[in-house]
Design a protein. Structure first.
Length: 175
């Protein structure tokens, strides 16, 4: 597998970010920190800046850090991940967890998600997060395998009334 690296989003990656966004026309873009909902890349980057710190994030929300996952050999964006700094919101504790991620549809089934999550765990460690909650919908076997490959231990399930799906909640010891 090609080497991957996580980078902080900025305007230098505009073409890659917009192409990634367009690859998810009818799917939710997990780990994108509202990339699909923001009208422009500038707005998204401002959103990421605002949500990155306890000083600037909206009251009642948890700060987070977003990374692009880049394949080094050709500088292609193959994924995106978002690390939530805490689980103070019920939504994060029960449904979303500390880390959300996605892989470009054309790059799936190549082991990239497993490596992206491993790299995200290293970044979470830098943030001082030693015990990581990662979740997957019960229908998402690929994500379940990704979490298990990174040491995930299934704690329980949670039924999400809003989306009408069952989430599997895994903990990863990040020491």
């Amino acid at each position: 597998m090609d080497k991957l690296t996580l980078v902080v989003p900025n305007m230098d990656w505009e073409k890659e970010i917009l192409a990634y966004k367009e690859a998810f026309p009818d799917q939710h873009l997990y780990g994108g920190s509202r990339l699909q909902e923001t009208p422009s890349l500038t707005d998204w980057l401002l959103h990421l800046e605002k949500t990155s710190s306890y000083l600037t994030v909206e009251e009642g929300r948890s700060p987070s850090t977003t990374f692009l996952c880049i394949r080094e050999s050709d500088q292609t964006m193959i994924g995106v991940c978002n690390i939530r700094h805490d689980l103070k919101q019920d939504f994060l504790m029960n449904i979303a967890g500390h880390i959300g991620y996605s892989i470009h549809p054309s790059e799936r089934q190549k082991g990239y998600a497993t490596e992206q999550l491993r790299l995200a765990l290293l970044e979470a460690k830098k943030l001082g997060i030693d015990r990581i909650l990662v979740t997957a919908a019960d229908w998402n076997l690929a994500s379940q395998k990704t979490i298990l490959a990174n040491g995930g231990i299934l704690e329980n399930t949670y039924y999400d009334e809003n989306d009408k799906e069952t989430m599997l909640r895994y903990w990863i010891d990040n020491n």
